[in-house]
Design a protein around this ligand. Structure first.
Ligand SMILES: Nc1nc2c(ncn2[C@@H]2O[C@H](COP(=O)(O)OP(=O)(O)O)[C@@H](O)[C@H]2O)c(=O)[nH]1
Ligand SMILES: [Mg+2]
Length: 656
């Protein structure tokens, strides 16, 4: 390993823009912005997928691309008690990682690197979410992880027994009873350039490890299998295992057998780990082979990410659709409420009961109506006589109108709230949003707000009348007796008018509206009355619409706060496309795999490397031996990829 090979450690990120790294960085930013906040079928899975995709980028892909010559990270995984820690220790010749299953949740996983490779792991370059602990977790260090959550930490151990260019990570059990540990195991395996998956002759068929392996194979992570505790004469185990590897997409994976042997100081005999040691040592010494392994895994992860991103784009679209579905429910209920108020305040329904009684009290039922029927001139006289000197009881009509109007608006708001609440409760996304909120009725402050708006509208109407009186010469004198009377008349008329038609024309409300209209026309003239009525109506509609819109916002604000509408499936799809294109370009630009063959091991070799019964050809065998005992040939006659074949000695399993 020469220094220039690792010199890109702190170089500026390459490939910003359209390159593979640049597009993946953009994808990472997009995934970070994707929140998937609304509940619904499959959304939990999509969230987990988003987190996994982000972790894949942070823990593995981005660090790998930013520092292509970082050591190959070999993650040792497998189920509880398979012998992972014992294997790592045996390969290094000392206890760097604690074997046994005691307190597994309080121990941070150990990453072993060559002393000169420390800088690749001591920073947040890789696995940024994990705290770093350093030094051997010696016997007296039982509580040394106490201040740090061990499930979120990594213990770095330097060992010059390890070739440079390789790092070994003893991952937690994939089937740990502790969920945090299990997740960490998955996370670490996802960060691997190469999986060294350990199982035992007795438990190789367990479901959980195969589940994990199957998923690794599906995205072409490079995997080698180690079967521990293999007794002589167990050929059928190996055949069965090979069959399972074929079925699970791992036909090319190297398979190493570690024969059952007594441990000495917790370590397996050298010969037992000879094949794994030889193979790993050769791999460590062979930069092109390392690059080929890393590249194969990397390509698989890139493809997997592209696939995941497209699934997430669909999930993003679902968020947007869910958001607008919930908004449509709100809009429908509150639009209906507004329409209801509009209808109830224009079809004459308001001109009954209390309003009618107070209105009749004001205009009487006899004289005024009769004079109205006899013509305008008489009306003016009648009005003058009618109101002169008597305190107009107009405020009572106004009050009755205010009451009636407020009741209509409040009812409509309550009804809309109930309807929206029921609809949201029946929708998983809506139900989740309603939790802890009390939105089933109109807001508690609504009564006061409605009262204020009704008063505001009544002042609008009076102002309209007053303005009209001032703008026309001669009308002021009539108004001197009746701004209020003209005002309530206009209110009454507004309640019997719709779409620019007034009471008489729409044929409603009989005498009440007719009197109001005649009265106003006598004062202002037909055109002005028509215009004033429309104006009064519009002011009322605007105030009601505004009130209801604010009521509806109690619901839509929940959606605004989550921002699900901003999820951009199309953009994710576009980034996935870019990544795919950049990956294609990256692959096309690759030199044909340089195949110089394994270089003679320079620097340290792992314990047991070269100690095979076959006379020390590195990688010449897959099945190891202990005490010279024959173990069964492990590999079927499956064709291997170039670099595997080379590392494994260029031939298939002998004995086949
Ligand atoms: N005899 C024998 N014991 C082993 C072997 N591998 C592991 N062990 C023992 O099995 C137990 C679990 O091993 P360990 O390495 O901690 O498994 P891990 O949970 O996969 O890390 C320990 O007590 C080891 O001493 C082996 O190949 N042969
Ligand atoms: Mg262990």
């Amino acid at each position: 390993m020469t220094e220039p090979e690792v010199s890109d450690a702190h170089a500026a990120p390459v490939g910003a823009g359209g390159g593979l790294l640049g597009t993946l960085e953009r994808l990472r930013a997009r995934l970070g912005a994707l929140t998937l906040p609304l509940e619904g079928p499959g959304v939990d899975g999509a969230r987990a997928d988003r987190a996994a995709a982000a972790a894949q980028l942070d823990d593995y892909l981005l660090p790998r691309l930013r520092a292509r010559s970082a050591p190959l990270l070999v993650v040792v995984g497998g189920s509880t008690g398979a012998g992972k820690s014992t294997l790592v220790n045996s390969l290094l010749g000392s206890e760097v990682t604690a074997p046994g299953v005691l307190r597994p949740t309080t121990r941070a996983p150990v990453l072993v690197h060559h002393p000169l490779d420390e800088r690749w792991y001591s920073t947040e370059r890789v696995l940024p979410g994990l705290a770093r602990l350093t030094g051997h977790p010696g016997a007296g260090a039982r509580g040394d992880d106490a201040s740090i959550d061990a499930a979120r930490a990594l213990r770095l151990v330097a060992s010059d027994a390890l070739p440079r260019g390789l790092a070994l990570l003893d991952a937690p059990d994939v089937d740990s009873v502790d969920v945090g540990n299990r997740r960490l195991a998955a996370q670490l395996l996802d960060a691997a350039d190469l999986w060294l998956f350990v199982t035992t002759a007795a438990r190789y068929a367990d479901a959980v490890p195969w589940d994990v392996l199957h998923r690794a194979a599906a995205r072409h992570a490079q995997v080698a299998l180690v079967v521990d505790r293999v007794d002589p004469g167990t050929e059928e185990v190996v055949q069965d295992l090979r069959r399972m590897m074929d079925e699970n997409g791992l036909p090319d994976a190297p398979l190493f057998l570690v024969p059952e042997a007594p441990l000495t100081d917790g370590l397996l005999p050298e010969q037992a780990v000879a094949d794994v040691a030889t193979w790993l040592t050769a791999l460590g010494a062979d930069a092109p082979a390392r690059e080929a392994v890393a590249t194969a895994t990397r390509d698989g992860v890139v493809d997997d990410l592209v696939r995941r991103t497209r699934v997430l784009a669909d999930a993003a679209d679902v968020q947007v659709a869910t958001d607008s579905r919930l908004r449509r429910t709100v809009a429908a209920a509150y639009d209906d409420a507004a329409a209801h108020v509009r209808a109830a305040t224009s079809d004459g329904a308001m001109l009954r009961g209390e309003v009618l009684a107070r209105w009749q009290e004001l205009v009487g039922t006899g004289d005024l109506l009769r004079s109205v029927e006899q013509g305008v001139g008489r009306v003016r006289d009648a009005l003058t006589g009618f109101f002169r000197g008597t305190p107009a009881p107009a405020p009572r009509v106004e009050q009755a109108i205010a009451h009636g109007l407020a009741a209509v608006v409040l009812d409509a708001a309550d009804e809309a709230a109930e309807r929206t609440h029921a609809a949201w409760r029946g929708d998983p996304a809506g139900a989740a949003l309603l939790q802890g909120l009390d939105l089933a009725r109109a807001s508690t402050t609504l009564r006061a707000e409605v009262d204020a708006q009704v008063r505001g509208w009544q002042s609008d109407v009076l102002a309209l009348v007053r303005e009209q009186g001032q703008s026309r010469r001669g009308t002021a004198r009539y108004l001197s007796f009746g701004v209020n009377v003209a005002g309530v008349s206009l209110m009454v008329l507004a309640f019997a008018s719709t779409g620019g038609l007034t009471g008489i024309e729409v044929g409603i409300a009989g005498g009440t509206a007719v009197v109001a209209q005649k009265l106003l026309e006598a004062v202002f003239g037909d055109d002005a009355v028509r215009r004033l009525t429309v104006e009064a109506r519009e002011r009322l509609d605007a105030r009601v619409t505004d009130l209801l819109a604010r009521e509806a916002e109690r619901y839509t604000a929940q959606l605004d706060a989550l921002g699900a509408a901003q999820a951009d499936g199309a953009e994710l799809r576009a980034v996935a496309e870019d990544v795919e294109r950049a990956a294609r370009a990256d692959r096309a630009a690759r030199p044909a795999a340089a195949s110089s063959g394994p270089s003679p091991a320079v620097g340290p070799a792992l314990r047991g490397a070269g100690a095979t019964r076959r006379g020390g050809t590195p990688g010449g065998t897959v099945s190891g031996t202990a005490s010279g005992e024959q173990t069964p040939p492990a590999d079927g006659a499956t064709a291997r990829r170039g670099w595997w074949r080379r590392l494994l000695g260029g031939h298939r399993r002998d004995g086949a």
